[in-house]
Ligand binder design. Structure first.
Ligand SMILES: [Zn+2]
Ligand SMILES: [Zn+2]
Length: 345
């Protein structure tokens, strides 16, 4: 089979490798869609950054896979051949506290391995997956929907659930890349009556408005928080969520959070410097750090998406066949569009 590797110099290498065979509690998935993520660009594609959970071990890339199960190994009890699945992007030991909570992302065992980082991922014809990381897709969701759920939509949904977003909450999203788009769309389904985005790229802002992910967009910059307050009767938003991972985006989110409001930090990397009393203590803010999601929340999300008839693939602006994974990464690295996908026939 073919698999795409990321040498770390902004190139992609497509190599021929042996077909994997499923062992105990593993399934073999014929890949149908594998979307790209900002984390892949930041920590693998441009250069190999990071250690621990962010160390790239030279495996087949792609941590947002979806496909059809074509073979099951011994001791699989839930997933059957023919199942349509999205794959939670990390396998864990199954025994530590975080694994038992379903947050395999936080697994503390050396057995922890992220697809596309420490074990072969989805940019391939076939993927070897642990049964417990397979999330069965409702019939009404496509494989591309499933791939978008596997990291991006799941991450956005987790953040909104952590802040318990409801119809009482105006929601601000700083950064309208794929996770920001997902956050806006999902916040709308959860009942938010007013969603505002902050985004420096005019293309991304236009896409967010066209998709109905936000009601309005404020340009990024030093006055962004003031502009948000102006749109909210001088108060700010009850819930804010930073997906940009930038110092400016995080600061805007905190500054534009209403007194007693909740702010969720989702975008990764780098430091945060702020004046604690005026920004956090005096406004009585609750700040959450939210990393990815859990297997149970992801299963809940696909059920909710089917109920809402919301299709994450609406955020995909560029699709490429596996043979053109290099072009897919170049398109994603340009940072102007929405989600970029590798789609197999
Ligand atoms: Zn991701
Ligand atoms: Zn574990």
């Amino acid at each position: 089979m073919r698999g795409a590797f990321l040498p770390g110099d902004s190139t992609v290498e497509l190599r021929e490798v042996p077909d994997p065979r499923p062992g105990a509690r593993q399934v073999l998935v014929r890949m149908r869609a594998s979307t790209l993520c900002g984390s892949d660009l930041r920590a693998i594609y441009r250069e190999h950054l990071g250690s621990g959970p962010e160390a790239y071990q030279g495996v087949i890339a792609g941590h947002e896979p979806a496909g059809e199960v074509v073979e099951i190994g011994p001791d699989c009890h839930r997933i059957k051949v023919g199942a349509r699945v999205a794959i939670y992007h990390i396998s864990g030991c199954g025994q530590c506290e975080d694994c038992r909570r379903g947050y395999l992302v936080g697994c503390s065992s050396p057995l922890r391995a992220a697809y596309g980082w420490q074990r072969d991922g989805g940019h391939a014809d076939l993927l070897l997956a642990q049964e417990d990381t397979c999330i069965a897709l409702p019939d009404s969701l496509s494989f591309l929907d499933g791939a978008c759920v596997a990291c991006g939509f799941g991450t956005a949904y987790e953040a909104l659930c952590r802040a318990a977003v409801s119809g009482r909450d105006r929601v601000l999203v700083t950064g309208l890349g794929p996770v920001g788009l997902a956050a806006g769309l999902l916040a709308g389904e959860l009942g938010s009556p007013h969603r505002i985005g902050v985004e420096p790229s005019p293309d991304r802002a236009a896409l967010a408005l066209a998709l109905g992910a936000v009601d309005e967009v404020v340009p990024a910059g030093e006055d962004a928080a003031d502009a948000v307050r102006e749109l909210t009767g001088g108060r700010g938003c009850e819930v804010t969520l930073d997906t940009s991972g930038s110092a400016a985006g995080r600061l805007t989110a905190l500054q534009a959070t209403r007194s007693w409001g909740r702010s969720v930090l989702v975008g990764e990397g780098g430091p945060l410097t702020l004046d604690v009393s005026p920004l956090l203590i005096h406004p009585q803010l609750t700040v959450y750090g939210s990393w990815v999601t859990s297997t149970w929340r992801m299963a809940g999300l696909v059920a909710d998406l089917a109920r809402w008839d919301l299709h994450p693939q609406v955020t995909v602006t560029d699709r490429f066949p596996l043979a053109e994974t290099g072009l897919a990464y170049a398109a994603s690295d340009a940072g102007t569009g929405g989600k970029v996908a590798v789609v197999m026939d």
